[in-house]
Design a protein. Structure first.
Ligand code: M6R
Length: 350
Protein backbone atom coordinates (compact mmCIF):
# COMPACT_ATOMS: atom_id res chain seq x y z
CA UNK A 1 0.00 0.00 0.00
CA UNK A 2 2.98 2.30 0.45
CA UNK A 3 3.91 1.55 -3.14
CA UNK A 4 7.39 0.34 -2.27
CA UNK A 5 8.22 3.37 -0.11
CA UNK A 6 9.15 3.09 3.58
CA UNK A 7 6.66 5.73 4.59
CA UNK A 8 3.46 7.28 3.30
CA UNK A 9 5.10 10.68 3.58
CA UNK A 10 7.78 9.73 1.07
CA UNK A 11 5.20 8.16 -1.24
CA UNK A 12 3.07 11.29 -1.07
CA UNK A 13 6.04 13.57 -1.75
CA UNK A 14 6.68 11.49 -4.87
CA UNK A 15 3.02 11.63 -5.91
CA UNK A 16 3.21 15.40 -6.36
CA UNK A 17 3.83 15.47 -10.12
CA UNK A 18 0.73 13.30 -10.68
CA UNK A 19 -1.38 15.27 -8.21
CA UNK A 20 -0.37 18.55 -9.81
CA UNK A 21 -1.10 17.28 -13.32
CA UNK A 22 -4.54 16.24 -12.09
CA UNK A 23 -5.56 19.71 -10.97
CA UNK A 24 -3.85 21.51 -13.85
CA UNK A 25 -5.43 19.27 -16.49
CA UNK A 26 -8.92 19.48 -15.11
CA UNK A 27 -8.55 23.24 -15.17
CA UNK A 28 -7.22 23.53 -18.70
CA UNK A 29 -9.85 21.19 -20.10
CA UNK A 30 -12.78 23.37 -19.05
CA UNK A 31 -13.89 26.96 -18.95
CA UNK A 32 -12.81 28.29 -15.58
CA UNK A 33 -12.81 26.17 -12.46
CA UNK A 34 -14.87 23.01 -12.93
CA UNK A 35 -16.32 23.12 -9.41
CA UNK A 36 -17.30 26.76 -9.38
CA UNK A 37 -20.14 28.33 -11.22
CA UNK A 38 -18.79 31.67 -12.48
CA UNK A 39 -21.81 33.45 -10.92
CA UNK A 40 -20.54 32.30 -7.52
CA UNK A 41 -17.77 34.88 -7.67
CA UNK A 42 -19.98 37.75 -8.88
CA UNK A 43 -19.58 40.86 -6.77
CA UNK A 44 -16.64 39.51 -4.74
CA UNK A 45 -14.29 42.39 -4.00
CA UNK A 46 -12.26 41.00 -1.12
CA UNK A 47 -11.05 37.59 0.01
CA UNK A 48 -10.24 36.47 3.55
CA UNK A 49 -8.46 33.13 3.82
CA UNK A 50 -8.83 31.12 7.04
CA UNK A 51 -6.77 27.99 7.73
CA UNK A 52 -4.46 26.16 10.15
CA UNK A 53 -0.93 24.75 9.97
CA UNK A 54 0.26 23.75 6.53
CA UNK A 55 -3.02 24.91 5.00
CA UNK A 56 -2.41 28.33 6.56
CA UNK A 57 0.94 28.46 4.77
CA UNK A 58 -0.70 27.46 1.49
CA UNK A 59 -3.32 30.18 2.05
CA UNK A 60 -0.60 32.77 2.71
CA UNK A 61 1.08 31.72 -0.54
CA UNK A 62 -2.32 32.05 -2.24
CA UNK A 63 -2.71 35.52 -0.74
CA UNK A 64 0.58 36.61 -2.35
CA UNK A 65 -0.60 35.30 -5.73
CA UNK A 66 -4.07 36.86 -5.40
CA UNK A 67 -2.62 40.20 -4.35
CA UNK A 68 -0.35 40.23 -7.40
CA UNK A 69 -3.46 39.74 -9.50
CA UNK A 70 -4.94 42.86 -7.89
CA UNK A 71 -7.32 41.10 -5.49
CA UNK A 72 -7.50 42.49 -1.96
CA UNK A 73 -6.77 39.40 0.14
CA UNK A 74 -5.72 38.61 3.70
CA UNK A 75 -4.91 35.39 5.56
CA UNK A 76 -5.99 34.54 9.10
CA UNK A 77 -5.31 31.70 11.47
CA UNK A 78 -8.65 29.95 11.76
CA UNK A 79 -8.22 29.47 15.51
CA UNK A 80 -7.90 33.25 15.97
CA UNK A 81 -10.64 34.20 13.51
CA UNK A 82 -13.40 33.00 15.81
CA UNK A 83 -12.01 35.18 18.62
CA UNK A 84 -10.99 38.13 16.49
CA UNK A 85 -13.19 38.14 13.40
CA UNK A 86 -12.50 40.64 10.64
CA UNK A 87 -15.19 42.99 9.37
CA UNK A 88 -16.99 41.55 6.34
CA UNK A 89 -19.21 43.18 3.75
CA UNK A 90 -21.42 41.95 0.93
CA UNK A 91 -18.36 41.73 -1.32
CA UNK A 92 -16.35 39.57 1.10
CA UNK A 93 -15.66 35.92 0.40
CA UNK A 94 -14.25 33.88 3.28
CA UNK A 95 -12.22 30.99 1.88
CA UNK A 96 -11.57 28.07 4.24
CA UNK A 97 -8.46 26.17 3.15
CA UNK A 98 -8.52 22.71 4.71
CA UNK A 99 -7.14 19.50 3.29
CA UNK A 100 -9.37 17.26 5.41
CA UNK A 101 -12.35 19.58 5.59
CA UNK A 102 -12.77 18.44 9.21
CA UNK A 103 -10.46 20.74 11.20
CA UNK A 104 -12.50 22.09 14.13
CA UNK A 105 -10.72 25.46 14.22
CA UNK A 106 -11.44 26.01 10.54
CA UNK A 107 -15.06 24.91 10.87
CA UNK A 108 -15.33 27.39 13.77
CA UNK A 109 -13.99 30.19 11.55
CA UNK A 110 -16.52 29.30 8.84
CA UNK A 111 -19.29 29.50 11.42
CA UNK A 112 -18.08 32.93 12.53
CA UNK A 113 -18.01 34.13 8.91
CA UNK A 114 -21.47 32.77 8.21
CA UNK A 115 -22.90 34.42 11.32
CA UNK A 116 -21.65 37.71 9.86
CA UNK A 117 -23.38 36.83 6.54
CA UNK A 118 -20.16 36.45 4.55
CA UNK A 119 -20.17 34.18 1.50
CA UNK A 120 -17.97 31.11 2.14
CA UNK A 121 -15.94 28.75 -0.03
CA UNK A 122 -14.16 25.55 1.05
CA UNK A 123 -10.89 24.62 -0.70
CA UNK A 124 -10.47 21.00 0.28
CA UNK A 125 -9.22 17.59 -0.77
CA UNK A 126 -12.20 15.66 0.56
CA UNK A 127 -15.46 15.55 -1.37
CA UNK A 128 -18.41 15.65 1.01
CA UNK A 129 -16.30 16.77 3.99
CA UNK A 130 -17.86 18.99 6.66
CA UNK A 131 -16.27 22.14 5.24
CA UNK A 132 -17.49 21.30 1.74
CA UNK A 133 -20.99 20.74 3.07
CA UNK A 134 -21.35 23.84 5.23
CA UNK A 135 -19.77 26.36 2.84
CA UNK A 136 -21.71 27.99 0.01
CA UNK A 137 -19.29 26.50 -2.52
CA UNK A 138 -16.44 23.99 -2.67
CA UNK A 139 -13.30 23.83 -4.76
CA UNK A 140 -11.53 20.46 -4.76
CA UNK A 141 -7.76 20.24 -4.95
CA UNK A 142 -7.76 16.70 -6.40
CA UNK A 143 -4.52 15.58 -4.71
CA UNK A 144 -5.72 12.03 -3.91
CA UNK A 145 -5.75 10.61 -0.36
CA UNK A 146 -3.01 11.78 2.00
CA UNK A 147 -2.28 9.37 4.85
CA UNK A 148 0.92 10.72 6.43
CA UNK A 149 0.21 13.18 9.23
CA UNK A 150 2.66 15.60 7.62
CA UNK A 151 0.87 17.37 4.79
CA UNK A 152 2.98 17.37 1.62
CA UNK A 153 1.24 16.92 -1.71
CA UNK A 154 -1.85 18.71 -0.46
CA UNK A 155 0.21 21.88 0.17
CA UNK A 156 1.33 22.01 -3.47
CA UNK A 157 -2.15 21.27 -4.80
CA UNK A 158 -3.74 23.84 -2.49
CA UNK A 159 -1.38 26.54 -3.78
CA UNK A 160 -2.20 25.67 -7.38
CA UNK A 161 -5.96 25.56 -6.65
CA UNK A 162 -5.79 28.95 -4.93
CA UNK A 163 -3.84 30.43 -7.84
CA UNK A 164 -6.39 29.13 -10.34
CA UNK A 165 -9.12 30.56 -8.13
CA UNK A 166 -7.29 33.93 -8.12
CA UNK A 167 -7.11 33.80 -11.95
CA UNK A 168 -10.83 33.28 -12.21
CA UNK A 169 -11.60 36.06 -9.74
CA UNK A 170 -9.09 38.52 -11.25
CA UNK A 171 -10.63 38.23 -14.71
CA UNK A 172 -9.48 40.45 -17.55
CA UNK A 173 -8.46 43.64 -15.78
CA UNK A 174 -5.79 42.14 -13.56
CA UNK A 175 -2.48 44.06 -13.32
CA UNK A 176 -0.55 40.82 -13.98
CA UNK A 177 -1.17 37.72 -16.09
CA UNK A 178 -1.95 34.26 -14.70
CA UNK A 179 0.87 32.17 -13.30
CA UNK A 180 1.99 29.57 -15.84
CA UNK A 181 2.27 26.32 -13.89
CA UNK A 182 3.01 24.30 -17.04
CA UNK A 183 6.59 23.60 -15.97
CA UNK A 184 5.69 22.69 -12.37
CA UNK A 185 5.02 18.91 -12.53
CA UNK A 186 8.18 18.32 -14.60
CA UNK A 187 10.15 20.63 -12.31
CA UNK A 188 9.03 18.64 -9.26
CA UNK A 189 10.10 15.44 -11.05
CA UNK A 190 13.56 16.93 -11.62
CA UNK A 191 13.85 17.86 -7.94
CA UNK A 192 12.78 14.35 -6.88
CA UNK A 193 15.32 12.74 -9.20
CA UNK A 194 18.30 14.95 -8.42
CA UNK A 195 17.86 16.17 -4.85
CA UNK A 196 20.89 16.21 -2.55
CA UNK A 197 18.55 16.50 0.43
CA UNK A 198 19.76 13.28 2.07
CA UNK A 199 23.39 14.47 2.05
CA UNK A 200 22.35 17.81 3.48
CA UNK A 201 20.29 16.15 6.24
CA UNK A 202 23.22 13.89 7.09
CA UNK A 203 25.83 16.65 7.03
CA UNK A 204 23.93 18.92 9.43
CA UNK A 205 22.50 16.28 11.71
CA UNK A 206 23.08 17.19 15.36
CA UNK A 207 23.10 20.97 14.85
CA UNK A 208 21.26 22.98 17.54
CA UNK A 209 18.68 24.75 15.43
CA UNK A 210 17.36 24.95 11.89
CA UNK A 211 16.08 28.27 10.57
CA UNK A 212 14.24 28.89 7.34
CA UNK A 213 14.12 32.34 5.73
CA UNK A 214 12.56 33.75 2.57
CA UNK A 215 10.92 36.78 1.01
CA UNK A 216 7.74 37.02 -1.06
CA UNK A 217 6.39 33.52 -1.66
CA UNK A 218 9.64 32.32 -0.06
CA UNK A 219 8.18 33.46 3.27
CA UNK A 220 5.26 30.98 3.44
CA UNK A 221 7.70 28.34 2.16
CA UNK A 222 10.05 29.21 5.04
CA UNK A 223 7.20 28.80 7.53
CA UNK A 224 6.18 25.51 5.95
CA UNK A 225 9.79 24.24 5.79
CA UNK A 226 10.18 24.86 9.52
CA UNK A 227 6.81 23.34 10.44
CA UNK A 228 7.58 20.15 8.52
CA UNK A 229 11.07 19.95 10.01
CA UNK A 230 9.97 20.31 13.65
CA UNK A 231 6.88 18.15 13.18
CA UNK A 232 8.65 15.02 12.03
CA UNK A 233 12.27 15.38 13.23
CA UNK A 234 11.46 16.96 16.66
CA UNK A 235 14.43 19.29 16.16
CA UNK A 236 14.20 23.01 16.90
CA UNK A 237 13.13 24.73 13.69
CA UNK A 238 11.73 28.21 13.01
CA UNK A 239 10.66 30.02 9.88
CA UNK A 240 11.01 33.77 9.44
CA UNK A 241 10.42 36.47 6.89
CA UNK A 242 14.07 37.12 6.06
CA UNK A 243 13.81 40.86 6.80
CA UNK A 244 12.65 40.09 10.34
CA UNK A 245 15.88 38.28 11.31
CA UNK A 246 17.51 41.50 12.46
CA UNK A 247 14.43 42.46 14.49
CA UNK A 248 14.98 39.74 17.07
CA UNK A 249 15.55 36.19 15.80
CA UNK A 250 19.19 36.95 14.92
CA UNK A 251 19.92 36.63 18.65
CA UNK A 252 19.28 32.88 18.26
CA UNK A 253 21.76 32.43 15.42
CA UNK A 254 25.09 30.83 16.39
CA UNK A 255 27.76 28.68 14.71
CA UNK A 256 25.62 25.67 15.67
CA UNK A 257 22.69 26.93 13.54
CA UNK A 258 21.80 25.99 9.99
CA UNK A 259 19.84 28.51 7.93
CA UNK A 260 17.94 27.45 4.81
CA UNK A 261 17.50 30.50 2.54
CA UNK A 262 14.83 30.21 -0.14
CA UNK A 263 15.72 32.10 -3.31
CA UNK A 264 12.79 32.41 -5.72
CA UNK A 265 13.93 35.40 -7.79
CA UNK A 266 11.86 37.81 -5.67
CA UNK A 267 14.15 40.26 -3.88
CA UNK A 268 17.15 37.92 -4.03
CA UNK A 269 19.63 40.76 -3.42
CA UNK A 270 18.00 41.65 -0.12
CA UNK A 271 17.85 37.98 0.86
CA UNK A 272 21.59 37.75 0.17
CA UNK A 273 22.06 40.55 2.71
CA UNK A 274 20.15 38.49 5.28
CA UNK A 275 22.28 35.44 4.45
CA UNK A 276 25.39 37.50 5.25
CA UNK A 277 23.83 38.62 8.55
CA UNK A 278 23.48 34.96 9.57
CA UNK A 279 26.93 33.96 8.30
CA UNK A 280 28.54 36.81 10.26
CA UNK A 281 27.20 35.09 13.40
CA UNK A 282 28.83 31.86 12.28
CA UNK A 283 25.75 30.04 10.92
CA UNK A 284 25.95 27.71 7.95
CA UNK A 285 23.65 28.76 5.10
CA UNK A 286 22.08 26.31 2.67
CA UNK A 287 20.64 28.19 -0.31
CA UNK A 288 17.71 26.71 -2.19
CA UNK A 289 18.26 28.26 -5.61
CA UNK A 290 18.07 27.77 -9.36
CA UNK A 291 21.73 28.80 -9.55
CA UNK A 292 21.22 31.66 -12.02
CA UNK A 293 22.51 34.26 -9.54
CA UNK A 294 26.23 33.62 -9.23
CA UNK A 295 26.52 35.74 -6.13
CA UNK A 296 24.12 33.33 -4.36
CA UNK A 297 26.29 30.37 -5.40
CA UNK A 298 29.44 32.13 -4.16
CA UNK A 299 27.96 33.23 -0.86
CA UNK A 300 26.12 30.06 0.21
CA UNK A 301 27.88 27.33 2.19
CA UNK A 302 25.78 24.64 0.56
CA UNK A 303 23.21 24.42 -2.23
CA UNK A 304 19.93 22.66 -2.92
CA UNK A 305 19.15 23.14 -6.61
CA UNK A 306 15.81 23.77 -8.22
CA UNK A 307 15.08 24.17 -11.93
CA UNK A 308 14.80 27.73 -13.25
CA UNK A 309 11.20 28.93 -13.00
CA UNK A 310 9.15 32.07 -12.30
CA UNK A 311 8.98 32.94 -8.56
CA UNK A 312 5.52 31.47 -7.93
CA UNK A 313 6.62 28.12 -9.38
CA UNK A 314 10.09 28.32 -7.81
CA UNK A 315 8.57 28.61 -4.31
CA UNK A 316 6.77 25.29 -4.79
CA UNK A 317 9.91 23.60 -6.14
CA UNK A 318 11.90 24.88 -3.16
CA UNK A 319 9.21 23.54 -0.85
CA UNK A 320 9.64 20.05 -2.31
CA UNK A 321 13.39 20.23 -1.56
CA UNK A 322 12.57 21.17 2.03
CA UNK A 323 10.00 18.36 2.37
CA UNK A 324 12.77 15.95 1.37
CA UNK A 325 15.26 17.46 3.82
CA UNK A 326 12.76 17.07 6.67
CA UNK A 327 11.98 13.54 5.61
CA UNK A 328 15.64 12.50 5.56
CA UNK A 329 16.48 14.33 8.81
CA UNK A 330 13.62 12.47 10.54
CA UNK A 331 14.53 9.13 8.94
CA UNK A 332 18.18 9.46 10.06
CA UNK A 333 16.95 10.06 13.62
CA UNK A 334 14.63 7.04 13.42
CA UNK A 335 11.46 9.06 14.03
CA UNK A 336 7.99 7.57 13.40
CA UNK A 337 7.58 9.72 10.31
CA UNK A 338 3.97 8.99 9.41
CA UNK A 339 2.67 9.40 12.96
CA UNK A 340 4.69 12.02 14.83
CA UNK A 341 4.15 12.13 18.58
CA UNK A 342 1.24 14.19 19.95
CA UNK A 343 -0.24 14.90 16.51
CA UNK A 344 -3.26 13.71 14.52
CA UNK A 345 -4.00 13.88 10.81
CA UNK A 346 -7.22 15.67 11.38
CA UNK A 347 -7.60 17.89 14.45
CA UNK A 348 -11.23 17.81 15.51
CA UNK A 349 -10.95 19.80 18.75
CA UNK A 350 -10.65 23.58 19.09
O1 M6R B 1 -6.96 19.25 7.27
P1 M6R B 1 -6.40 20.63 7.41
O2 M6R B 1 -5.72 21.12 6.17
O3 M6R B 1 -7.44 21.62 7.86
O4 M6R B 1 -5.31 20.54 8.53
C1 M6R B 1 -4.73 21.69 9.08
C2 M6R B 1 -3.49 21.34 9.89
O5 M6R B 1 -3.83 20.59 11.02
C3 M6R B 1 -2.48 20.57 9.04
O6 M6R B 1 -2.17 21.25 7.88
C4 M6R B 1 -1.20 20.31 9.82
O7 M6R B 1 -0.54 21.52 10.11
C5 M6R B 1 -0.29 19.38 8.99
N1 M6R B 1 -0.59 18.01 9.29
C6 M6R B 1 1.17 19.66 9.18
O8 M6R B 1 1.93 18.84 8.35
Amino acid sequence: EKGGYDHYMRKEIHEQPTALRQILECHSSGEGLPDLDSAFLDGIREVQFVACGTSYHAALYGEYVATERGIPASTHLASEYATHARPVSEGTLVVAVTQSGETADTLGAIETAQRADARTLAVTNVVGSSAARVCDGALYIRAGPEIGVAATKTFSSQVVALSLFADQLAGEDSPSGPVDFGSLPGGVERVLETSRSRDIAERYRGRDAFFFIGRGVGYPVALEGALKFKEISYEHAEGFAAGELKHGPLALVTPASVVFAIFTGQDDEKLLGNVREAQTRGATVVAVTDGTNEEVLRQADDILSIPEAPPTVAGLLANVQLQLVSYHAAALLGRPIDKPRNLAKSVTVE
